[in-house]
Ligand binder design. Structure first.
Ligand SMILES: [Zn+2]
Length: 366
């Protein structure tokens, strides 16, 4: 059985042949050309608009060399261009002649850009259905939306995903994120500038149907300039991280950068983390202390809570917590175990800021 594409191509060839014949017989009568073209489509019983040939004809260019045209066919045949300018016809030509490197790729690119733009609204299932509709019209479109979006699944990347307790972790790198941000500012910086970075760790639910969640670790340069946030690493799991082994890559890289700094364009900058900015559950997680409903909840003083239908902290003059006391885990009521961040010299009290956004905007007034 003749394919739809072959059917269309045959029609087009017939039309070209008829037009060429007519042009050779009467090169001055262009109206005949159009009539003949339309007629030839009609003779094969096609709906001209539906088959796409008719719309192409409207844009076609007819060129006839009147001076040389003496009606003979062959060497003196009038120069004839039948330029199918519609994308649909071009796509078919490219598919047939070039293996589909032309317009179809453009369609795939445009479609993938569209899908990325509306990534939150267009699900993979939706994209899968859309591709199933479009695939018969463009052989170069993939069936699988992951192919369209060029989802990276290379062994190199997969080998870099570390399996940790109840999840997996991919480390993009502190140094990579910082140097990406430094690139546009490097000319304005001197080696005396120490790079200060703020760190944020928080959970991000991914799906409504499952508990799958990301715990991205983000960085942002706070000095000598304020950068855009960048991703340092991402934990994925069905629940929040059950322990702190996902921090291992961060800890080892931070240790290295603290000692050797960050080098870029013959300059070397000192590096340190100025603050960890997280919500209360994330702070408790990475500090490895009990949750924020425990009796020893206050992060700044050693007040012990009193239960009055809810946890209250009536003592306003309790001794303050210190970094040293935290590192030594002096408050046994509070600590669940050592935090790997303690070994980095991070101020486990002073550098875990209790910030306006989480206290006020997302806390008291919400
Ligand atoms: Zn307190």
């Amino acid at each position: 059985m003749m394919s739809y594409r072959t059917f269309r191509r045959n029609i087009r060839l017939n039309v070209e042949r008829d037009i060429a014949d007519i042009l050779c017989n009467d090169s001055n009568n262009m109206s005949d050309v159009v009539n003949a073209d339309t007629a030839s489509c009609s003779t094969v019983g096609l709906n001209v608009d539906a088959c796409g040939v008719g719309s192409s004809t409207k844009q076609s260019e007819y060129e006839c060399d009147n001076e040389n045209n003496d009606g003979a066919i062959g060497a003196d045949m009038p120069r004839f261009q039948y330029d199918f300018e519609t994308s649909e016809s071009d796509a078919d030509d490219d598919d047939d002649d070039n293996g589909g490197d032309g317009t179809s790729d453009s369609i795939a690119t445009l479609l993938s850009q569209w899908a990325v733009k509306y990534i939150g609204s267009v699900s993979l299932t939706c994209l899968l259905d859309l591709l199933a509709i479009l695939k018969p019209h463009s052989s170069e479109l993939p069936r699988d939306p992951r192919s369209l979006l060029k989802t990276v699944r290379t062994p190199e990347v997969e080998s870099c995903i570390r399996h940790v307790s109840h999840g997996s972790y991919y480390h993009f790198g502190i140094e990579k994120g910082v140097t990406d941000q430094l690139r546009n500012k490097i000319d304005c910086l001197t080696c005396s500038n120490a790079i200060s970075v703020q760190i944020n760790i928080d959970g991000v639910p991914l799906f409504k149907s499952t508990n799958g969640q990301f715990w991205p670790m983000l960085g942002k340069i706070s000095f000598p300039f304020v950068s855009d946030p960048f991703v340092i690493g991402i934990f994925y799991g069905e629940n929040k991280p059950s322990n702190l082994d996902f921090l291992a890559d961060f800890v080892s890289e931070y240790q290295k950068l603290k000692e050797s700094g960050i080098a870029m364009d013959d300059k070397r900058f000192c590096f340190h983390v100025s603050a960890f900015i997280c919500d209360t559950p994330a702070r408790c997680l990475v500090k490895h202390v009990k949750g924020h409903t425990s009796y020893a909840d206050c992060e700044r003083c050693t007040v012990s809570g009193t239960w009055h239908d809810k946890m209250t902290f009536p003592d306003l003059d309790a001794p303050k917590r210190t970094n040293i006391a935290f590192d030594e885990m002096q408050d046994s009521e509070r600590h669940k175990g050592p935090s790997p961040l303690s070994d980095l010299g991070v101020g486990m009290v002073s550098q875990f800021v209790i910030d306006y956004m989480h206290l006020i905007c997302l806390g008291v007034v919400r």
